[in-house]
Ligand binder design. Structure first.
Ligand code: ATP
Ligand code: MG
Length: 352
């Protein structure tokens, strides 16, 4: 939550009229966030033995906090298994979080009943990596894209649904000729366009793109990224953009959060993160991106060791076992997340 101190009633009025909301009667005001995630946790039980008793917990997401402004694209990066998908799905309550709070336009999602959550569902949608598995193979495009429209009362008649679907298809660069075709009749890129059409038909304000372009060829990836950027321009949608590929994330995101074993270890505006990475893990991730300019020399950090939620140490920094900089302190206690510049947070004792 961004807190700004203002002096005087006039400034307060000016800022509130510009979309900020007053937190209390004093001088503090709260930026009108689209999303506010506080201390989000998702622990999965690990069962073993004949009776399937829970022996331990996989702390897949552990005390994750961040905010997103309306229309903002936040990139979420990190190695496979670090919890990116679990963050996305817990925020939307597609899986139930173990703890923490999620506010969407000021409404606490984590406290909503299933029925009220369902009513809010159109405002937050997901596009995932493999549209082949998320699109029902037995449904034609008209029903795939229009399903939510009928379900949420956005289209009352068959004709209304058809008109809206054609309009959305055109927005994602597909023709009305495709209305009665099945998913298997399309290429990977076209299927991803159908998945995007299905999501944006409901006019969401938050789109979670979970590896939405990762499975596509590079040229098709670029087309889908461009489409997402055009859509964002038109409708001011916010994206939580989950991806492995840092080059793609850099291109599309306003800010980037780096995750390591269930936690955000660094979060900064994109240009700042790429120019001044402070966490040793972020440095290692950036060092792994190929550089086109051979003159440019960059410190190279090679990470060794396996990752996985089961390798989380009992105490200390989760990265300590692989960190070239780790000292005694890092193995003893967990570093807090500290602000080291404008909007730049890092969770490391040595990154001040
Ligand atoms: N339903 C589940 N039951 C048990 N463990 C799970 C479940 N879903 C995820 N996990 C575990 O939680 C951790 C985080 O998984 P998650 O899929 O969120 O990672 P990710 O960062 O999205 O990985 P990837 O980049 O491969 O998609 C992993 O250790 C995974 O094994
Ligand atoms: Mg994932």
């Amino acid at each position: 939550m961004a807190l700004i101190r203002v002096e005087g009633e006039r400034s307060r009025k000016l800022l509130t009229s510009a979309g900020f909301s007053v937190v209390n009667k004093g001088m503090g005001i709260k930026m009108a966030n689209l999303l506010e995630v506080n201390n989000l946790k998702k622990y999965f039980p690990v069962r073993s033995g004949l009776l399937g008793l829970t022996r331990s917990w996989v702390r897949a997401v552990d005390r994750v906090s961040f905010t997103m402004a309306p229309g903002e694209t936040l990139g979420l990066v990190g190695e496979s298994g670090c919890g990116k998908t679990t963050v996305g799905r817990s925020i939307l309550r597609l899986i139930e979080p173990t703890g923490g709070e999620v506010f969407f336009q000021g409404v606490e999602l984590t406290a909503l009943s299933k029925r009220r959550m369902r009513a809010l569902r159109p405002k937050m949608q997901v596009v995932s990596q493999d549209p082949y598995s998320s699109l029902n193979p037995r449904m034609v495009v008209l029903d795939l894209v229009g399903e939510g429209l009928s379900e949420h009362g956005l289209a009352r008649t068959a004709q209304e649904k058809k008109d809206l679907v054609v309009e959305v298809l055109e927005r994602v660069g597909l023709s009305a000729d495709f209305l009665y075709r099945y998913p298997h009749e399309f290429s990977g890129g076209q299927r991803q366009r159908i998945a995007i059409a299905r999501a944006i038909a409901l006019k969401p304000e938050l789109l979670v793109c979970d590896e939405a372009v990762s499975a596509l060829d590079v040229s098709i990836q670029a087309q889908i990224i461009n489409l997402l950027m055009e859509l964002r321009q038109e409708s001011k949608m916010a994206y939580l953009f989950i991806a492995h590929d840092l080059a793609v994330v850099k291109h599309i995101s306003h800010r980037v959060a780096v995750m390591y074993l269930g936690q955000i270890v660094e979060l900064a505006p994109t240009a700042e993160l790429f120019a001044r990475p402070l966490h040793p893990y972020t440095k290692a991730l950036l060092a792994a991106i190929p550089v086109p300019d051979p003159e440019y020399k960059r410190e190279r950090l090679i990470l060794s060791g396996e990752v996985g939620a089961e390798t989380i140490p009992g105490q200390g920094c989760r990265f300590a076992g692989r960190c070239p900089q780790a000292g005694e302190e890092c193995r003893r206690s967990e570093p807090p997340s500290v602000c080291v510049g404008q909007d730049h947070e890092v969770k490391c004792f040595y990154a001040g």
